[in-house]
Ligand binder design. Sequence first.
Ligand code: SAM
Length: 277
Amino acid sequence: MDDKLPPLRDVIAAYDLAPRKSLGQNFLFDLNLTRKIARAAGANEGGTFYEVGPGPGGLTRALLAEGADRIIAVERDARCLPALAEIAAAWPGRLDVISDDALALDEAAILPRGVRIAANLPYNVGTAILIKWLTVPDWPPVWASLTLMFQKEVAQRLVAQPSTEHYGRLSVLAQWRCTAKILFDVNRGAFVPPPNVTSSIVRLEPRNEPLAPCRLSDLEKITAASFGQRRKMLRQSLKPLGGETLIARAGIDPTARPEDLTIPQFAALARALVEKV
Ligand code: SAM
């Protein structure tokens, strides 16, 4: 459906929305691309969406045009609010904009269960926002899926398997609680201004249960200590947490390096940490 709104370039000019690097602003103007992202997020199936950083509203407009019934959006840059108000007026009752910092927002209190999250995240805080969503106390979370734009390198870390270059803390944390998949790459030329690197759209879906049982806080302690000294053997890097005793309790080879451990093995180490206390 066409929204009869002016082209995004005109919106940027009319509201003087020169992109600011400090806010991670790389805008998307290509309608084919924004609609492709909206479909990847499932907007054509209707339902409620949560968008972080709508900016001038390129992806927001695409989500609505593809069929999203309702969007709750949070934008930190107050300069974008008039442009977003125009979109809300064109789609009555379907877009609510919150003027706030997504990192500070208590999302569980405002989002309905089953909400799908779609965002072209600001590069400077994108990983921090994702970690906030992955580390909520209650699991499964309120959101049913995440369809997110990241720098390709971050996307590769999210989906990386053991014994590969990009496998690390973020891979373990993401895949412990979610399935993660790269859907497609987005050329830097699609953004205004173009970032330095290629981007990728990633889709994460929450598992009903984490991949292996353990406490999140213990898993975080174990992965931080293990990958903090990536090249060292586990018996060395895990010394402050119990070293060889801990590793033996988890049934793991003490000479292994962190990048070779599977997520269930990290979970076993996290459980062994509790047994020690
Ligand atoms: N969605 C738009 C698009 O695709 O063209 C803009 C994406 S731009 C990469 C990131 C957006 O996030 C900007 O509009 C920026 O102002 C906003 N932003 C940055 N930090 C934020 C935060 N902490 N909370 C909410 N929005 C934020």
